[in-house]
Design a protein. Sequence first.
Length: 93
Amino acid sequence: MAHSISAKKRIRQNVRHRARNRWHRDQFRSAVKQYNETILHGSVDQAQDELKGLYKLIDQVSAKGTIHNNTANRYKSRLSAKLNHKKTQGTTA
């Protein structure tokens, strides 16, 4: 248990930051799951529109420091690769 005033304050801040980071991460993960469902069952146009919003959300979560910048870039790359794969499947099928 912390004894000094500054240590107690740091504990309070950590609790708030952890809750905020968890909320951001949950929003981010839910949006990625929704996008994956759109890729599987939706149209390419719908997925493109959703990807734009998802890029913005990923950048915001990364800017807050909840996820690392390289992690955000990796997610964006993989999500766009899924969309490109769906586009090529649609033209050949």
